[in-house]
Design a protein around this ligand. Structure first.
Ligand code: NAD
Ligand code: ZN
Length: 311
């Protein structure tokens, strides 16, 4: 049973031969790129398409065919879509008896989605409509990044930027190392684990990880940006929001806005995006939650305040 938050985060080379007695789940594309095949390998559709109930049903049927139970381990090799899908299947299969090891293959998964136990599926076009927590171990092998395309890599860099603002250790490393270096990735991953260990079910400190995401999700939906690019945009606007509210100095806001602009194109914020942000799931009694600097605790703001500042 893996319901207790006592998970291991390790760094090193992934070699499928070492997992011959486990069941490996990967997406079709990753399986092909890395030669994952055989009786103990199940392939999911590529990317977001994996995150559906019919796919989970097929995966659960495969678990049953393999007679999996207590003591068996699943190894999920892929990006966040694979991790979210396999995590959900493991949580519901025989009430969570299986152990799960995430082997993230995208930058986003290495620094974010493969850590912290959140699982999710999409339903009727609603992203992450279904999900639960299932805590798992994680093995980060940054060698997977050599096949990742620029779009996916840049998307991951948006999340790295978030950790830079949340964690001084990450920021210091980013001043001397490439943002996708092993050192920076390990530092982000450790920070995420530390925050999730303190607050596994997202009741207080874990909410800081939503920084940049209230505006970011809205820009992702309205402009079709990648997740990380949208988060980078969200970081820029949410920092400006904090500045307008007097929470951070103009100098702080300018400094971080410059950092975002040096790496990402910051798009204009449209009325449509603001309206989407105001419908964000963190909506509480008509107000909207933002994890704002400098403390990154959630601040509830009225839609009128947000519109007045950001438009
Ligand atoms: N559970 C969480 O905490 C959490 C956090 C953030 C994001 N997510 C979820 O993660 C999903 C996005 O995940 P993602 O950005 O990692 O992308 P992804 O898993 O959707 O993969 C994107 C594409 O990259 C390919 N790919 C993966 N690894 C590769 C590699 N090493 N080389 C070449 N191609 C590779 C995949 O085949 C796919 O085509 C979203 O559904 C999001 O909701 C979950
Ligand atoms: Zn994110």
């Amino acid at each position: 049973m893996n319901a207790i938050f006592d998970t291991q985060l390790s760094f090193g080379a992934f070699c499928a031969d070492n997992y011959a007695s486990d069941s490996i789940v990967a997406d079709e594309h990753v399986a092909q790129l890395y030669g994952l095949h055989g009786d103990n390998v199940f392939c999911l559709p590529q990317g977001e398409q994996a995150k559906s109930l019919p796919t989970v049903q097929r995966l659960l049927q495969w678990f049953l065919q393999r007679k999996l139970g207590q003591g068996n381990r699943i190894v999920a090799v892929g990006g966040g879509s694979v991790g979210d899908t396999v995590g959900f299947a493991c949580a519901v299969y025989k009430r969570g008896v299986l152990r799960l090891l995430h082997v993230p293959t995208t930058l986003i998964a290495m620094v974010d989605s493969a850590i912290g136990g959140k699982t999710a599926l999409d339903l009727d076009g609603v992203k992450n409509a279904v999900g639960c927590y299932f805590f798992a171990d994680t093995l980060v092998d940054t060698a997977f990044l050599c096949t990742l395309d620029d779009v996916q890599m840049r998307s991951g860099l948006g999340e790295v930027l978030k950790y830079r603002m949340l964690c001084a250790d990450v920021d210091n490393l980013c001043r001397t190392h490439p943002f996708n270096s092993n050192e920076v990735i390990a530092s982000c991953a450790r920070y995420k684990l530390q925050v999730c260990t303190q607050d596994p079910f997202c009741q207080n400190v874990r909410n800081q990880l939503n920084f940049g995401h209230t505006v970011g999700h809205a820009m992702e939906l309205s402009l079709g940006l990648t997740h990380g690019e949208a988060v980078a945009n969200g970081i820029c606007y949410e920092t400006q929001l904090a500045c307008a509210l007097g929470l951070v100095s103009k100098q702080y806001a300018q400094q971080w806005t410059d950092v975002v602009r040096s790496q990402f194109e910051v798009r204009p914020l449209t009325q449509n995006a603001i309206e989407l942000a105001l419908q964000d799931k963190k909506n509480n009694g008509g107000n909207v939650g933002f994890a704002l600097p400098p403390t990154f605790q959630t601040v509830q703001l009225s839609p009128q305040t947000v519109q007045k500042i950001l438009l």
